[in-house]
Design a protein around this ligand. Structure first.
Ligand code: FES
Ligand SMILES: [Fe+2]
Length: 393
C-alpha cells in the first residue's frame, strides 16, 4: 500500500488561493515578477524599546496561535510562557480547551512547569495543595475552614479551537473572545482548512531563543530575493528566482512563491497548488505558515526584548501519514528544514543583521521592488500601533 495515499479528501481550493496561484503563473509566463515601490526602513524600528513595548501590548491583546490542537491531549495540560505571561492550556475530559494563567490563586505559586503537554485529571498546586479542575474551577482546599471567601478558580483568558489551531487572547479576562475569529481571519480560515490543518498532527516541535528583533524573522519569510544566495546549497533548487506574489488579507498577508515546476508548463495545464507554489502566509501578529508540498511549518515568534525572539516551529503532517513507514521521511524533512535551513541560514542571517544594527553603519535598510511585501507588514503595524496610541490618549 502506498503510505501517502489514505488522505481524507481535501476541500475544494478556495478562490483566494486559486487567484493568487494564477497570478503567479501569469507572472512566470510573462517573465515579470510582481513588484512594488522600493523603500527604506529606519533601523530604530528594530531597536526602540518604546516601539517594542507597543508591539508586545498588541500581541498580548491577541488573538495569537498558542498551539496546534494535537499538542494538547484530552485530559491534559500544556504550560507556555509567552509574551512575558505564564499561560496554561488545558483540555478537559470532554475535549474542550481552556486558557488560564499558570498562577495559583492562593499565594501565587506557578502551577505547572513549562515543557511538553502531559495528561492529568486535575491541577494540584505543589505549595499548599489547592486543587483545580481542568476547567480551572477551584475544587479542593485543605483546611477550608481557615479561609473566608475563596476565588472561583484560576484566572481565565479566552481561547477557541478552530481550523486545528488553538487561538488565545492572553490579556482579555474571562472566557468569551472579545471578537469573532472568522471575520478577523479575512478568508484565511477556509485556506487553513484546505491546507488540512484540522486533519494534521504535530510531528516535530522545536523552540529556541535567537538574538534578533522578531520583525527581522518575519521579513525573512516575506521575500524570496534571498533564496538564490542565502539558500543556494539547500532549498534554492526548488524555487524560481525571486518570483512571488502577495496581497493583504485584512491584517494578514497571503503570499505564494513560485516553484520550478511553474516554469515551462503549458498555460492551460491545471495548477497543482501544493507543488507549483509554496504558500507562505503571515498571520497577524506573530505567525508564519509555510505550506510545503507534503507538510506544513507553523512558526510563531515570541519576542522577549527588542533584540531577542523566541522561535517556535511545529511541523504538521497529515494524521493519516503519521505511521512507522513514513517516520524516517518526516524526521529527515524536519531536520533539513529546521536545522539545515531555518536555524543555520534564515535565523543566522537575522542575528547577523541585528548585530550590525547598533553599529551605526546603516541609518536605514534598503528594500528593493521585489521586497514590497515587507512594506505592507510594517504599514499594518504602524496602523495598529497608531490606533493603540490613540486609544490610550
Ligand atoms: S500557593 Fe498554591 S496552594 Fe498555596
Ligand atoms: Fe529564507
Amino acid at each position: 500500500m502506498d503510505d501517502r495515499s489514505p488522505l481524507p479528501a481535501a476541500p475544494a481550493a478556495p478562490d483566494s488561493l486559486l487567484r493568487l496561484a494564477r497570478r503567479l503563473a501569469a507572472d512566470v509566463e510573462a517573465g515579470r515578477p510582481q513588484r512594488g515601490p522600493a523603500f527604506e526602513i529606519d533601523v530604530q524600528r528594530y531597536l526602540d524599546p518604546q516601539r517594542f513595548a507597543g508591539e508586545l501590548a498588541v500581541m498580548r491583546r491577541g488573538p495569537v496561535i498558542l498551539a496546534h490542537g494535537s499538542q494538547l491531549p484530552v485530559s491534559g495540560r500544556l504550560a507556555l510562557d509567552r509574551l512575558g505571561l505564564p499561560l496554561l492550556l488545558t483540555r478537559d475530559a470532554g475535549g474542550v480547551v481552556h486558557g488560564h494563567y499558570n498562577v495559583c490563586r492562593h499565594r501565587g505559586m506557578r502551577m505547572v512547569e513549562a515543557g511538553p503537554a502531559a495528561a492529568c485529571r486535575n491541577l494540584v498546586c505543589r505549595y499548599h495543595g489547592w486543587v483545580y479542575g481542568l476547567d480551572g474551577r477551584l475544587t479542593g482546599v485543605r483546611h477550608r475552614d481557615a479561609f473566608d471567601e475563596l476565588p472561583a478558580g484560576l484566572r481565565a483568558f479566552p481561547v477557541v479551537e478552530r481550523h486545528g489551531l488553538i487561538w488565545g487572547w492572553p490579556e482579555a479576562e474571562g472566557r468569551e473572545p472579545p471578537h469573532a475569529l472568522e471575520p478577523w481571519l479575512s478568508g484565511i480560515g477556509a485556506e487553513l482548512d484546505y491546507f488540512g490543518l484540522g486533519d494534521s498532527v504535530a510531528f516535530g516541535h522545536y523552540e529556541v531563543e535567537r538574538k534578533s528583533n522578531w520583525k527581522l524573522v518575519v521579513e525573512a519569510f516575506m521575500e524570496i530575493y534571498h533564496i538564490a544566495s542565502l539558500h543556494r546549497n539547500t532549498i534554492d533548487r526548488f524555487f524560481l528566482d525571486s518570483v512571488a506574489v502577495s496581497e493583504p488579507a485584512g491584517e494578514h498577508i497571503r503570499s505564494a512563491v513560485g516553484r520550478r515546476s511553474l516554469s515551462g508548463r503549458s498555460p492551460d495545464a491545471p495548477l497543482d497548488l501544493r507543488n507549483d507554489c509554496t504558500f507562505t502566509h503571515y498571520l497577524f501578529p506573530n505567525t508564519i505558515l509555510i505550506v510545503h508540498p507534503d507538510y506544513v511549518s507553523l512558526v510563531t515568534l515570541w519576542p522577549t526584548a527588542p533584540d531577542r525572539v523566541g522561535w517556535s516551529h511545529t511541523l504538521l503532517i497529515p494524521a493519516a501519514q503519521n505511521n512507522a513507514a513514513m517516520r524516517e521521511h518526516w524526521e529527515k524533512s524536519f531536520r533539513l528544514i529546521e536545522q539545515g535551513v531555518f536555524q543555520s541560514e534564515d535565523l543566522e542571517a537575522c542575528e547577523g543583521i541585528q548585530a550590525g544594527l547598533l553599529s551605526g553603519a546603516n541609518q536605514a535598510l534598503h528594500c528593493g521592488r521585489l521586497e514590497h511585501a515587507i512594506g505592507g507588514f510594517h504599514r499594518e503595524w504602524d496602523r495598529r500601533l497608531g490606533l493603540a496610541a490613540e486609544a490610550a490618549r
